[in-house]
Design a protein around this ligand. Structure first.
Ligand code: GLU
Length: 479
């Protein structure tokens, strides 16, 4: 079987992280199976659909590296790929059902339908369409249509239970009587979602439908339609819901839920995908840091997890940090250069310095923009007010260290050095230990307090050679 899958967003807003996850699962499955991944725009909600959202969603998918083989912008042999351009197809597929006696025109007005519903509810009956128009003779239908009466098309629901096997939910059965004859085409010719999806999935030869669990109830109507068309339904996988820590469906209340915001915040797309991938799917060798684009045939739709997945931004940040640390240094630098403010002294440093700097501080960050605060410690002349620093400053050994280092730094500067080396630093520390006889805490905290004005911080062997010599000099003078 040729695998053909689709992601079918409605262009009524920006791409949601839940949508991105669904798109990725479909994309990865197509890649794993040597199949095709299709983008279909479900824009039948004419009031809420906008072309700008379609474009924005395509942009965001591109940023994530989820590229479609067929779609409205790239074409393909099963187009058009926007539902709004497929009216002629829905019309002919509706006619097929009418001809087979599986669908009929319904002339009941809204007021009549409401009245019928109220009666059914008062009798504790399920509010299903009562089938009035199902009984109309063909000639009567034609007469009313000729007279200009408005009609929707309803599907004649068979009285039977439906079952199917879902790749996530296992065997699912919908008992008889769950739905009444439902509308498939509105009076204005716009198809209803469950009908359009079946027509599109069938005519686009979709083999597998991987979508969010919230669509599980829709599958019942869709199975009925496949049966009426005598078409084998695709295989289904309804992936678990994304929920917030309060166990409610993920929404804006839970923070950033649109992909565009993560792009703006400079997350690595592969890290976002990595995190989303694990929310609802598990890696066959239990790995938790990987680039989903490299999964290849490891991506298997029988590894979806059933329980709802809690979206936790801290976990995403952790995974983002892991991916940052795995970046080759040049790539790392190019990301960092984009997030450090333009007037920062960082930008004036030479390439080697920058590489050493970012390669060191990457260990401390989970997001690129956190790095600026770390790099700032190489340039600041602020003095700590912490008790531990004040204590180190008050030791009688500390002024001796200061005096010695002031001389060393002045000499280095006079010799034209812009930075001191690791060797210089080691020599200083050996001198303080060997000649000044200062040891232990007094030695290392003393040197740190003199050179950084802090009691704690990153490894001096790294940060001192990275700190411009005039900054070291200013700090010494400021004591
Ligand atoms: N347009 C639907 C949505 O955005 C897609 C449903 C489906 O995948 O069948 O949720």
């Amino acid at each position: 079987m040729t695998v053909r899958v689709r992601f079918a967003p409605s262009p009524t807003g920006y791409l949601h992280i839940g949508g991105a996850r669904t798109a990725m699962y479909n994309y990865l499955f197509a890649k794993a199976m040597g199949g095709k991944y299709i983008l279909r725009i479900e824009d039948t909600d004419l009031d809420r659909s906008e072309r700008k959202y379609e474009q924005a969603q395509i942009e965001d998918l591109k940023w994530l590296g989820i590229t479609h083989d067929e779609g409205p912008d790239v074409g393909g042999e099963y187009g058009p790929y926007r539902q709004s351009e497929r009216a002629h197809i829905y019309k002919s597929w509706t006619q097929k059902l009418i001809d087979k006696g599986c669908a009929y025109h319904c002339f009941c007005t809204e007021a009549e339908l409401t009245a019928k519903k109220e009666i059914q509810e008062s009798q504790n009956l399920a509010p299903h369409y009562d089938g009035t128009c199902r009984k109309l003779a063909k000639t009567e239908v034609e007469k009313r249509l000729a007279e200009g009466h408005e009609a929707v098309i309803r599907f004649h629901v068979p009285n039977k239970a439906y079952s199917f096997h879902d790749h996530v939910r296992s065997d699912v059965t919908f008992p008889e009587g769950m739905v009444g004859d439902f509308v498939i085409m509105r009076a204005n010719g716009v198809p209803v979602y469950n009908f359009a999806v079946v027509v599109d999935d069938a005519s686009m030869k979709i083999s597998h439908v991987i979508r969010a669990e919230e669509h599980l109830p829709n599958t019942l109507r869709q199975l009925m339609l496949y049966e009426a068309y005598e078409i084998t339904p695709p295989e289904f996988a309804h992936v678990s819901l994304l929920i917030g820590e309060d166990r409610q469906k993920l929404s804006k209340r839970h923070g950033a839920t649109s992909v565009a915001l993560y792009k703006e915040m400079n997350y690595l797309p592969k890290a976002l995908l990595n995190y989303l991938c694990l929310l609802g799917w598990s890696h066959p060798t239990e790995e938790d840091v990987f680039d989903p684009h490299t999964l290849g045939t490891l991506f298997n739709i029988d590894r979806f997890t059933k329980s709802p997945a809690i979206y936790d931004i801290n976990k995403l940040n952790h995974i983002n940090g892991q991916h940052i640390r795995l970046l080759p240094s040049e790539e790392l630098l190019s990301h960092v250069e984009k997030v450090i403010p333009g007037n920062h002294a960082f930008h004036k440093m030479n390439h080697d310095w920058k590489i050493t700097c970012v390669s060191f501080f990457k260990e401390k960050i989970n997001q690129f923009n956190e790095i600026t605060a770390h790099i700032d410690i190489l340039f600041t002349t602020e003095v700590s007010t912490e008790a531990e620093y004040l204590e180190a400053k008050s030791w009688e050994t500390t002024p001796k260290i200061r005096e010695y280092l002031a001389g060393e730094i002045a000499t280095a500067k006079a010799a034209g050095k812009k930075f001191v080396s690791l060797e210089d630093y080691d020599n200083w520390s050996n001198h303080v230990k060997g000649e000044l006889k200062i040891k232990g805490k007094q030695l290392f905290m003393g040197i740190r307090s003199v050179l950084t004005h802090q009691a704690h911080g990153p490894d001096l062997k790294v940060i001192i050679p990275l700190t411009p010599i005039e900054i070291l000099e200013k700090r010494i003078q400021l004591q």
